[in-house]
Design a protein. Structure first.
Length: 744
């Protein structure tokens, strides 16, 4: 958000304009007359809070050419007040003489210190800070950032560094994902085999999931309880709460490998080397609950957080349906089905956690079968889980994958490092509003806050964590603080770019994707065109349509480029004739359906909606190795698409792409049927193909129809239905991913 501050001076109407670089922007900032000159030796009061003062010194000592010293006199006056301040509220005043901070708790003082640190970093070259008065406090109680250390392990020092980054931008919650199918990362003294067996896997997947390639390299790692305590203390000094996650009832294969008696089948198992969702989950029997209560007791003895995350997501019911004990338990407890059995499982765990004075939080699947009374929901599949929880009077943290999964791409997948899928660029992240419009004011109070997540399937080292975190962490920071303003994204992006200097000074590896051009396919009655976007001067964009790499002397971009034939458009951004971005490339393959109006009976899932129905006729063929950018995803639904060719048109074949990625519950289409009509009302069925033909084509389906002519073409692509036994997610609804529908 760009702030414009006007200071009316007593002797005249002199206006002073300024834009500061602070992220997150304060709620109130007013410039005053004068400036504070940075001294050669910055004096800190001997009575100042020691931990917070040391943070300031350690953060700035390598960047500022000044010394810090403790003295009875000081350049920073800290005033602890008994006023009715929010715990994180602070008032910061910069004058000619000194800097004063008003606060009620050390947490509020620390938030002020992080603001002051940014001001000092911003003005280190000029050596003076403009006089100003800031009144500030966060909007949301929960401002979270998650890190998965299971798929790839990160050391204690790397986790500490991660916490440093969160503190820089006023994030106050660290969600530490410690257990999953691919490993167990926390020492539990009562169950040593969790470390001896469950923390190790023989190898890891590499490359896109569809390639099914492995590195053949053993992967292991865990944190001792002493190391956990060390990290917790480190976070405490940064005023960050760590919320641990212990997955249940699903994502349990690593634990079951060590203790197979806790499963429904008895095993044996092997710590998973693939990514995805697996059928073997904890069996809801007494010995399982005894194990989990013992584990959670040790976890709660370590972590002082109010909330304990118990997962609850992606728990297939295949084993429970086949398990005599589970079926007997369903009858004994008067439960309707396996979904209510999951609710029974979660409620039993919640009762235990509550008995220890704590609360549980879980992914939105814990809503299945009925939500536990005091549980909080982390809404990741969209906003719906958070909306449902809030309407029931349960707290929710909003973390939708379609906006806040930082393991997703943040730019063109063709020029970005391999990522999980999806596309969450900086501007999309910044546009997110954690309070859904479906909630009234009272219901909105149950939204605890917002969180972004980094899952590490495709993140093999910590420098890549940094790349996926920055600069999107800055957008999350401003959303959580409550000062984001998507209508002035350009102003926010300008501040982000100014912060790159600070990241460079700290040696942080960050994505420069915002320098790259972004393409957008437009459709109108004339067909399709390709729009190129940049937040900088679009007159500096150059492009080619002949496949050559653009130079400064290539065609300047003035308006969207008409796509009148099959072609490849390459584009780049220049400044002073010098290439400043990566070269973007987009290939279009035109058919008679390209750019034509299209209607869908059912809409795709929010996370996999791309550009909506027009994605299916935009001339861009889906990449089977990249989910979420060129595909439409449908959970448990068929695709029924009707294309209006405009006039009666002759054609002989129709094609479409169906994705096969069973590890992500995505199955090839079961069948496809084609219909034609001249009036859009009465349709005649032309042809149907079944599962065998689609499998034989490996999802790249082309149906020969003979010579036909019609204005309207309808195709119904059938979802595979319920995932069969033997596949990840068995018993759940399959996903159907479909792309380009071509008519020739």
């Amino acid at each position: 958000m760009r702030f414009l501050f006007i200071l009316i001076l007593g002797l005249g109407n002199l206006c002073l304009f300024a834009q500061n670089q602070l992220i997150p922007q304060p709620h109130k900032l007013k410039l005053q007359e004068g400036e504070f000159i940075l001294p050669e030796t910055f004096l800190l009061s001997e009575a100042s809070p020691k931990i917070e003062a040391n943070y300031l010194i350690n953060r700035l000592k390598d960047q500022l050419k000044i010394d810090f010293a403790k003295n009875q006199r000081s350049h920073i006056q800290f005033i602890q007040t008994n006023k009715n301040f929010h715990p994180e509220e602070y008032h910061l005043t910069v004058s000619n003489q000194n800097i004063s901070i008003l606060f009620s708790t050390n947490e509020g003082y620390f938030r002020a210190i992080t603001t002051l640190a940014q001001l000092l970093e911003e003005h280190k070259n000029s050596g003076k800070i403009p006089a100003m008065h800031i009144k500030d406090r966060p909007k949301f109680e929960w401002r979270g950032m998650h890190l998965d250390v299971v798929r790839h392990f990160f050391t204690v020092e790397e986790v500490k560094k991660y916490l440093d980054y969160l503190a820089m931008y006023k994030i106050n919650t660290f969600h530490w994902h410690l257990t999953d199918d691919q490993g167990w990362r926390i020492e539990i003294k009562k169950y040593p085999k969790l470390i001896e067996i469950a923390s190790k896997r023989k190898e890891s997947m590499i490359g896109p999931y569809v390639d099914q390639e492995f590195d053949g390299v053993p992967h292991n790692g865990f944190y001792t309880q002493e190391e956990i305590k060390e990290v917790i203390e480190y976070a405490k000094n940064l005023h960050i709460t760590i919320v641990p996650e212990i997955e249940m009832p699903g994502h349990a294969v690593a634990a079951l490998t060590a203790y197979p008696e806790l499963s429904c089948t008895g095993g044996p198992f092997e710590v998973e080397t693939k990514w995805g969702v697996f059928d073997d989950i904890f069996c809801p029997k007494d010995e399982t609950f005894a194990f989990l209560e013992d584990v959670l007791t040790e976890v709660m003895d370590l972590f002082p957080s109010e909330y304990i995350h118990i997962g609850g997501d992606e728990a297939p019911k295949t084993r429970w349906k086949e398990c005599a004990h589970c079926q007997d338990l369903i009858k004994k407890e008067g439960l309707k089905d396996e979904h209510e059995l999951q609710s029974y499982f979660i409620k039993r765990i919640e009762k235990f956690v509550n008995s220890k004075g704590r609360k549980i939080i879980g992914w939105n699947e814990i809503l299945e079968g009925g939500l536990a009374p005091n549980a909080a929901v982390m809404s990741w599949t969209g906003d719906e889980g958070g909306i449902e929880a809030a309407k029931q009077g349960n707290y929710a943290v909003m973390t939708p994958a379609g906006y806040l999964y930082f393991d997703h791409y943040q730019g063109d997948p063709q020029i970005e490092p391999l990522a999980f899928g999806g596309n969450n660029p900086l501007d999309k992240v910044y546009s997110y509003n954690p309070i859904p419009k479906e909630l009234n004011e009272e219901q909105g109070k149950y939204i605890l806050g917002v969180q972004a997540n980094i899952w590490a399937e495709y993140i093999t080292h910590f420098k890549q964590v940094e790349y996926m975190l920055f600069p999107r962490l800055m957008a999350l920071s401003e959303i959580g603080w409550g000062t984001s303003n998507p209508t002035d994204y350009a102003g926010f992006e300008k501040r982000v770019i100014q912060h790159f200097d600070h990241l460079d000074a700290k040696g942080i590896n960050y994505a420069k994707s915002i320098y790259n051009l972004r393409g957008n396919i437009l459709q109108d009655v004339k067909g399709i065109s390709y729009e190129l976007k940049t937040s900088r001067n679009k007159e500096n964009i150059r492009f080619t349509t002949n496949g050559e790499i653009p130079t400064w002397n290539s065609s300047p971009y003035i308006h969207p480029i008409p796509v009148t034939k099959s072609m490849t458009i390459k584009s780049a951004y220049f400044e002073n004739g010098e290439l400043k971005s990566a070269v973007s490339s987009q290939t279009f393959t035109l058919t008679k359906s390209t750019g034509k109006p299209i209607k869908l009976k059912d809409q795709p899932a929010e996370n996999y909606a791309s550009n909506g129905p027009s994605t299916l006729v935009d001339g861009v063929v889906g990449n089977p190795k990249v989910l979420g950018t060129t595909w439409l995803g449908f959970s448990g639904k068929n695709v029924e698409a009707e294309i209006d060719l405009g006039t009666i048109t002759s054609f002989e074949k129709i094609g479409f792409n169906s994705l096969d990625n069973k590890g992500s519950w995505i199955h090839l289409a079961k069948s496809a049927r084609v219909f034609i009509s001249n009036d859009g009302i009465k349709f005649e069925e032309l042809q149907k193909i079944g599962k065998e033909e689609i499998q034989k084509a490996k999802g790249k389906v082309e149906m020969n129809l003979g010579k036909q002519s019609a204005r309207f073409v309808k195709i119904i692509i059938e979802n595979a239905g319920i995932i069969p036994a033997g596949f990840p997610g068995a018993g759940s609804e399959a996903w159907l991913f479909v792309d380009e529908i071509s008519i020739d």
